[in-house]
Design a protein around this ligand. Structure first.
Ligand SMILES: *Cc1c(COP(=O)(O)O)cnc(C)c1O
Length: 362
């Protein structure tokens, strides 16, 4: 067996310890004589799995009692519709568009009501986070929407927007559990888990209870109502049971690492290795405004598309996988989520130095 350093943006690297544990439990989960994959979601054993997962997540993020935690399906993209369907009481919402994911969410919301693009960084290929201290928030906005970490472009909000009292809704898919958050600042925090927490197929929604009502847009399917899932503790229908089980293991792994303060420190140290090198390199350059840099997704270029392609190819041969940038932007991107060990980043930088020496004329 040999494992590579996997810099994929998602689905992405998971802690090896978690994968090993899951492998050990594959045929016989704790004496039940079956895999978690084969077990009723109404069984005692599964009830313990989902309850513990929620309790551990609540502990990690310090989630107050007046917030529900929902384990749903459909990926982050399904939330692009579910959010307006459930929250657009006035049929008005404000969107800050800082990348493709925020743009898709904005476009989806336009199907259901009046979505206003109140700020955007598209003018400079989403390479920065706009100043959100005094935006023209709509008086009757049901919520203000952001994508907190822009997976494709590698930017992250360092301060949350001033929503002037309106409910903040945030897509945290690619920075979920990468650092502590103050949940009380949000109405909804949600994310697909395949970036930083678990296998694709699960989306976690953390939502303030007063936002969960019967008063949804006409025609909203039962499966897309937050209330039905909240009332049934995420067991209205069969949940993505195996995926939730893996998420639960990752929560326990995070607790063992020392929680979100500790993982943030580790993530900062790890990202610094790469960013420091990019800042001094004569060949490679980071592509986003320094103060808006993400700790999770690090895009970079050489400035020459052929050389970029050569780098990606040689890196792959050396055991560094998935460094090709998103198909919409080109270049390279190293996603360095929680489970990427710092050695992976150090070895990548060593490799980049060697590549630089070999490919610059001196
Ligand atoms: C990957 C990603 C999505 C889309 O997730 P799906 O689960 O494929 O729908 C949405 N938002 C962000 C920030 C992402 O990184």
């Amino acid at each position: 067996m040999s494992r590579v350093y996997n810099f994929s943006a998602g689905p992405a690297v998971l802690p090896e310890e978690v994968l090993r544990e899951a492998a050990e439990e594959m045929l016989d989960y704790k004496g039940t004589g079956m895999s978690v994959m084969e077990m009723s979601h109404r069984s005692k054993a599964y009830e313990t799995i989902i309850k513990e997962a929620e309790a551990d997540l609540r502990e990690l993020m310090n989630i107050p009692d007046n917030y529900k935690v929902l384990f749903l399906q459909g990926g982050a993209s399904q939330q692009f519709a579910m959010i307006p369907m459930n929250l657009m009481k006035n049929k008005v919402a404000d969107y800050i568009v800082t990348g493709q994911w925020a743009k898709k969410a904005y476009q989806e919301a336009c199907l259901y009501g009046k979505a206003n693009k109140i700020a955007s960084s598209e003018d400079e290929t989403f390479s920065y986070i706009p100043d959100c201290s005094d935006l023209p928030i709509s008086e009757d906005a049901d919520y203000v929407y952001i994508c907190e970490n822009n997976t494709i472009y590698g930017t992250k909000y360092k301060t949350l927007p001033n929503t002037k009292g309106k409910t903040l809704v945030s897509d945290v898919s690619s920075c979920f559990l990468s650092e502590p958050v103050d949940v009380t600042k949000y109405g909804v925090i949600y994310g697909g888990v395949q970036k930083n927490i678990g296998p694709a197929g699960v989306v976690i929604v953390i939502i303030r209870e007063d936002l969960i009502t019967e008063d949804v847009l006409p025609g909203t399917p039962t499966m897309l109502k937050y209330k039905i899932h909240a009332d049934n503790d995420s067991l209205y229908n069969t949940p993505p049971a195996y995926g939730i089980y893996i998420c639960g293991k990752v929560f326990k792994w995070l607790k063992k690492q020392g929680g979100l303060e500790a993982i943030k420190e580790y993530n900062e140290k790890k990202a610094k290795v790469l960013y420091d090198f990019l800042d001094e390199s004569k060949l490679f350059k980071g592509t986003v405004r320094k103060e808006d840099r993400s700790l999770m997704n690090v895009p970079f270029v050489t400035g020459d598309a052929d050389l970029d392609a050569k780098f990606v190819k040689e890196a792959k041969a050396a055991g560094f996988e998935n460094l090709k940038g998103h198909r919409s932007v080109g270049g390279m991107r190293a996603s360095i989520y929680n489970a990427m060990p710092i050695e992976g980043v150090e070895k990548l930088v060593e490799f980049m130095k060697k590549f630089e020496e070999e490919n610059t004329n001196v």
